[in-house]
Design a protein around this ligand. Structure first.
Ligand code: HSE
Length: 394
């Protein structure tokens, strides 16, 4: 006996899934108790060079009319055809596992519900942090905690670009071109550099931390990294910080706080040392204290590792992630009302007083303002003649 699966989309991740299931087939069969076999690969392209070429079909009916298929791996990406195929599979009782953060973050409530109604599961460990285990730890290992905060570097492309700017002194455009040449950034890198990819991943993490009360990605303020200059990197270094694109969730007193923004991360913070394409997610729980999940946030085999873990979970009939998400998004704290720590850059800090706030004078040019509402930042900038400001994380 074997458990037959189909891979929908044979790109970077889908091909890694076939590879991983094949290379590790013996240990996987031992763990599951049955072999897991890829029976169909659905893609519009042919892959004559691939050793899996014989499994490729261009006809979705080959997958959806095959009663042997128990699990579909959706590695198509996007929220159009992937959405249709996922709904169709789940409605037929076929479990779906995916790395598709766009689809999970925008349609998760509906797709999880369809899975529950049809006795199958919709699993998405690979949608956040690539190969890093974070979804299942939040759902299972940390289930007894109230999650008070998540601070993550969840986009490898931007982390690579920022590392190149810092370490090699490259400007943003050159670092981006280098990331594209090295295959890290997409030809159209907008979702990465504008913070949209991180926004989607934060939506997923925040919803889980918020007990399945769905937080839609488009509610989350996202600022990207394209305006960061080499001078900004040098200024950050002068006060012992590095600029990282941080996705932040806090449970909040009233409503959750979520945003994505370039942030000066102090060297005392573990996220400071997360370089290049690596990702890390730092989780604070009220019993746990703090834990950090670190590793390869993208790439063929690391992401396939997480997808295949979900395939095994589905094969063993243990759909822990199919806990419901609310169908409508809950409100989050409006961006203007968020209280944050920021650093302002001034000409001569000794001559500047910031009235009404707890401040730390970090250098001749840098003042840390603790606990300022976003909506009050503009007034403080005007009052102090500050040249710029940025979020700060210690
Ligand atoms: N574009 C994403 C990144 C891929 O750079 O992190 C993994 O989700």
């Amino acid at each position: 006996m074997a458990i037959n699966i189909a891979i929908l989309g044979f790109g970077t991740v889908g091909s890694g899934v076939a590879e991983t299931l094949d290379v590790n087939k013996d240990v996987i069969a031992k763990r599951v108790g049955e072999e897991i076999l890829v029976k169909h690969i659905l893609d519009i392209r042919d892959f004559p060079e691939s050793r899996f070429a014989g499994l490729v079909t261009h006809n979705a009916e080959d997958v959806f009319t095959d009663k042997d298929i128990k699990i579909a791996v959706e590695t198509i990406g996007g929220a159009k055809i992937a959405y249709e195929f996922t709904k169709r599979a789940l409605s037929s009782g076929i479990s779906v596992v995916t790395s598709n953060k766009e689809l999970v973050s925008t349609k998760g409530p509906e797709l999880i519900k369809i899975a529950q109604e049809n006795g199958c599961c919709y699993l998405f460990e690979a949608a956040v942090g690539g190969g890093i285990p974070i979804i299942r730890p939040l759902y299972k290992c940390l289930a007894a905690n109230k999650i008070t905060r998540i601070a993550g570097i969840v986009n490898g492309t931007t982390n690579y670009i920022l590392s190149q700017m810092k370490d090699e002194g490259l400007d943003f455009d050159t670092a981006l071109k280098q990331a594209q040449a090295n295959g890290f950034a997409e030809a159209n890198p907008s979702a990465d550099i504008d913070g949209i990819d991180a926004q989607r991943k934060l939506s997923i993490l925040s919803t889980i931390a918020n007990d399945g009360e769905y937080i839609a990605p488009d509610l989350i303020s996202a600022e990207g990294i394209s305006k960061i200059s080499v001078a900004d990197m040098e200024f950050a270094a002068s006060i012992g910080c590095e600029i990282k694109l941080i996705a932040l969730y806090e449970c909040g007193e009233d409503k959750p706080v979520c945003y994505v923004a370039p942030t000066m991360v102090d060297k005392s913070n573990l996220l400071y040392n997360v370089k290049d394409v690596f990702n890390a997610v730092m989780v604070d729980g009220n019993s746990l204290g703090r834990a950090m999940f670190y590793g390869q946030g993208a790439g063929t085999l690391p992401t396939a590792s997480a997808v295949c873990g979900d395939v095994l979970e589905a094969a063993m009939g243990n759909p822990s992630e199919s806990r419901a998400w609310t169908s409508e998004s809950v409100d989050i704290t409006p961006y203007d009302e968020i209280v944050a720590d920021i650093v302002i850059r001034v000409d001569n800090a000794a001559n500047v007083t910031v009235k009404g706030y707890a401040c730390v004078y970090l250098s001749e040019e840098a003042i840390l303002i603790n606990g300022i509402k976003h909506k009050d930042i503009e007034a403080v900038m005007t009052e102090t003649g500050a040249k710029s400001w940025m979020h700060y994380l210690k």
